[in-house]
Design a protein around this ligand. Sequence first.
Ligand code: AMP
Ligand code: MG
Length: 416
Amino acid sequence: MPASSSAARAAVSTLSVDEALERVLSRIAPLEATEVGLLDSLGAVLTEDASADRDVPPFRNSAMDGYAVRGADVQQGGVRLHVVGAVAAGSLPDRAVGQGEAMRIMTGAPMPDGADTVVRVEDTDNGSESVTINVAAPLGIAVRQAGEDLRAGDVVLARGTWLRHADIGVLASIGRAKVNVIRRPNVAVLSTGDELVDVGEQPGPGQIRDANRHALAAAVRASGCAAFELGIARDSASDLRHALGNAAFGDLVVTSGGVSVGDHDHVKPVVDAMGQMDFWSIALRPGRPLAFGELRTKRGAVPIFGLPGNPVSALVTFELFVRPALLKMAGRTKLHRPRVKARLLDRIDKPTGLRMFARGIHDDAAGTVRSTGPQGSGILRSMSLANCLIDLPEATTAAEPGDIVVVLLTDRPEDH
Ligand code: AMP
Ligand code: MG
C-alpha cells in the first residue's frame, strides 16, 4: 500500500451510524418555500395553513339517484307520490317539493326546498308521472348537508403537512390551483470509475455496467426529489473536477465510488479543492467508507455525499444517510423508517464491532424476517429482494434463528 494511503487511513475518524447521521443532519437545512401548481405539490411539505374558501359541499345535495321527498311522507312502504319534476347534478330545482310530492333527483344535484330525504331509485317503481315508494326511508337519509365535509374558514391542511394524493383532492376542492410548499430538492448523481460503462453500452474486458447511478437516481426520486445525472467520471482528478463543476446546479450531490483509500480514489481530495469534505470510516457493514462535505458554488454551499462504490454499500448508505438528509431538506419532520421487532428465521454472521444492516424479507403477518441470502456488498440482488434492513448491533457476532431482531421497514414511509 502506498504511503499516502496509510496516511489517509490514519487521519480517518471512526463514527457510529448514529453519530454520522447526527453530523449529517446538523448540516442540512430545509430549502425555501415556493409556489407550485397543485399537482406538483404532491409529496411536498405545505408552508401555509390551507383553509376552505367556502363550505364543501357548498349546498345541500343528494347522495343517491332517486326521489327527493318530504321524509314525513315516506315513513311506511307502499305510498304513492306525484312526481313534480327532475333535477340533475349541475342544475337547480325549478320548484319546491310539497306534501305528497316527489322530484326525481340525481346524485350531486341540489336538494329542492321542502324536501329533506331522498328515496333511492331501487326502492321505488322508478315512475315518471307518479312514483310508488316500496320501502320506508329514514328521515333525512341520502342527503348531504352543506359543509359536512369542510366548513368555510376552517384550516383543513396545516402548515407542515406532507401532501399525499388525497390532500391534493382536498386542496382542489377549496380552490387552490397553486400551493406554497418547500421546494423539491434537485439532486445530482455521479458515478466514478474507469471500469464503468453506461447501461446502453456493451462492456469490454475488465468493464462492468454502471448500476449505481441508475439505482441512486431512482432512490432520489423514490425520496420525492428530482434527480439529474452527471454521468460517469473517470478515475482522474481532472475528470472528477469537471463533472462536479456541473453539480453546482443541484441542491445536493451524490457520488459513488472512489472514496476508499485506493490509488485511484480521488473524490475526497478533489472535493476538498472545491470545498471541503470529511472522510469517515463508519462502524457499519455494508458501507464502511463514507465521505460527506460541501462544494463551494456561486449559489452557496452544496452538500455532497461520497458513497462507497459497492452497489449494496451505496444503496444502504443512501438509505441510512442520504434519504433522511433529503427528507429534511424537503421540510419533512419524520425522517426515520418504521422499526419493528421480528423473529429471525436464518443465521446471519457479522463482524463484531460493526453495526450490520442485513437485507431481509419481513413477513408482517407472521412477525418473522428472513435473510435474502448472500450478504456481500456486491450482491445487488439482495437489495432488490429485500423489503427491510435487519439492524444488527455492533456488539453481536452473529444472529441466530429464533432471535428477536429489529427491522427497518424500507418499503414504508417514515413514521418518526
Ligand atoms: P470503489 O469504491 O470505487 O473502490 O468501488 C468498489 C466496488 O464497487 C468496485 O468493485 C467497483 O467496480 C464497484 N462499483 C463502483 N462504482 C460502481 C457502479 N457505479 N456500478 C456498479 N459497481 C460499481
Ligand atoms: Mg472506483
